[in-house]
Ligand binder design. Structure first.
Ligand code: NG6
Ligand code: CA
Length: 515
């Protein structure tokens, strides 16, 4: 911490349980509005304030300038579904089956009984909303959603009063927004059918009709249904005017966020704002084309920055900025070619999406989970700070709950710790370790000094497309993180550290059995 610690406001003090039960419906004015802005596949090095080259991110940089830019914060996992699961439930994704990258017709992965971050806010009397990419399943059972009626259960069962979401990713069907459980702009003349098993009769696919991929061609996979001249994963029929246009997705998300904020200007609100940027297919609006030197991927970063700017602008105009706590982060590390021929790789120049780190999305190396993490709350947090405290998104749930004076029920959020003091810059004692979960299910552990990757057989490179190192090695790997690029394996000269860190992983795994 390079700035003096500030005084902890009284609101963080412990309140007796009896008082908690009487949480007023209208929250105390000191309680901030909270917006969690979660980017998709935005790497540690992808923002100008974290060293990006070839793209300007003035809105995010100003946000960082107004608060704290953390340099050692981690997503729990190096892909979306497990990372989001962990952040919203405070439970490591490896404790639950079915938390790998979800299909667009996956059933709801978080069960309605589970306590979520949104539940904490709801319990504290906040208006709660989720806007943007969801990717945690919908409905009771995989493949059995009624896309032409109400998809239920949906996010209201997880604590969100309002939700306007993409079921999975932009590269997965169904390619429609779903508002409070119903397809937005539903078109009765084009009933929707979705399958991840087989195509619908007469529907073209990227595989059979590559000539119809007029907007973006695939570099690997993404060869099933074609929507808006772009191949997707999964099969879909219908949709009509409800189908999204990829170039309008950021506008749709931003305008719904602005409406949500505006309509809750008079009461405390929590907004989970999960952008589609900068996930594939990267197809930003034309007004962002050419804004970077890196083609569509860089332009999508510029579009993400614009989204952040819209949010700040509306908060300013409603005089809400001062008492709004914004956390900006990303669900996992970056990826360059993730399956579409968008020239992201050849146009990179000297930009390093993962900053100083080895590995990217999917990987056990740091680039898989090291993410930007910015906290701003003008009323409470001193501006212009940079902080190297070790943090994990797993702690957001209990940190928010502490801020709200809400106690998660017994057995909930077992992996989350209250780190609100650290997130607000009042304490410098970070986590002793964070857990990192790669797409191959290997669980690594990072401490302020060390990174330990347990032995793992398997290919050195992701075998199905992206040119990314998995981090696999049949022997233990230990890196001294005073050198951020994990290259010198010192496991054999530090067997005691290896043993200790393997014990941390074994201990964490053993808690699943107890559950
Ligand atoms: C992969 C997709 C990739 C991306 C990823 C999930 C292919 C070839 N690749 O399977 O494009 O969608 O899944 O990304 O299909 S995540 O950020 O949502 O986890
Ligand atoms: Ca992601």
């Amino acid at each position: 911490m390079n700035t003096p610690a500030k005084f902890l406001p009284l609101m963080l003090s412990v309140v007796p349980f009896a008082a908690m039960a009487r949480v007023p419906k209208k929250p105390l004015p000191l309680r901030p509005n909270v917006i969690v802005i979660l980017a998709d596949d935005l790497g540690y090095g992808d923002l100008e304030c974290y060293g990006a080259k070839g793209v300007h991110t003035p809105c995010v940089d100003a946000l960082a300038q107004s608060g704290i830019r953390f340099t050692n914060a981690h997503a729990m996992a190096s892909t979306s579904t497990p990372s989001r699961y962990a952040m919203l439930t405070g439970e490591y994704a490896f404790r639950k089956q079915g938390t790998d990258v979800a299909a667009g017709n996956a059933g709801m992965i978080i069960s309605p009984e589970q306590f979520t971050m949104a539940d904490a806010f709801r319990q504290a009397g906040y208006a709660t909303g989720a806007i943007g990419k969801w990717h945690l399943g919908l409905g009771a059972k995989t493949g059995e959603q009624d896309w032409n009626g109400i998809v239920s259960p949906s996010l209201e069962a997880l604590g969100f009063d309002y939700h306007y979401i993409m079921a999975a990713t932009a590269d997965r069907v169904p390619c429609v927004f779903i508002e409070n459980g119903r397809v937005a702009n539903y078109d009765p003349s084009a009933p929707i059918e979705v399958s991840y098993k087989q195509n619908f009769e007469g529907e073209p696919t990227g595989r059979n009709n590559p000539e119809l991929l007029y907007n973006l061609r695939s570099s690997h996979g993404h060869d099933m249904s074609i929507v808006n001249g772009i191949g997707r994963i999964g099969y879909m029929k219908g949709g009509g005017r409800a189908l999204w246009r990829d170039e309008d997705i950021a506008d749709s998300i931003a305008s719904h966020a602005v409406s949500f904020i505006t309509s809750h200007a008079d009461s405390a609100f929590f907004l989970y704002l999960a952008t589609n940027d900068v996930h594939v297919p990267r197809f930003p609006h034309h007004r962002f084309r050419g804004k970077s030197t890196m083609g569509l991927r860089g332009d999508a970063i510029a579009q993400f920055d614009w989204t952040v700017g819209r949010v700040i602008e509306v908060l300013d105009s409603l005089h809400l900025r001062d008492n709004t706590l914004i956390v900006l982060t990303s669900d996992n590390g970056p990826v360059v070619d993730d399956g579409y021929a968008d020239r992201a790789e050849e146009l990179l120049g000297n930009h390093r999406p993962a900053g100083p780190f080895r590995g990217m999305k999917y990987s056990s190396f740091e680039g898989g989970t090291a993410v930007p993490f910015i906290v701003s709350w003008p009323r409470q947090v001193q501006a212009s700070q940079t902080c190297e405290t070790l943090l994990s998104q797993i702690d957001l749930l209990r940190s928010m709950a502490a801020l709200l004076r809400v106690a998660p029920p017994a057995g909930a959020a077992i992996d989350s710790r209250d780190m609100m003091g650290q997130m607000l810059g009042n304490r410098a004692d970070g986590r002793d370790y964070v857990i990192e979960y790669a797409s191959n299910h290997n669980i690594s552990v990072r401490t302020p000094r060390w990174k330990y990757i347990p032995p793992c057989n398997g290919p050195k490179m992701i075998p199905w497309g992206p040119k990314i190192e998995t981090g696999n090695l049949p022997e233990p790997q230990l890196y001294d993180m005073s050198m951020p690029w994990e290259h010198k394996n010192v496991a054999s000269s530090h067997p005691d550290v290896v043993k200790k860190l393997q014990a941390v992983i074994d201990f964490e795994k053993s808690k699943t059995a107890e559950k």
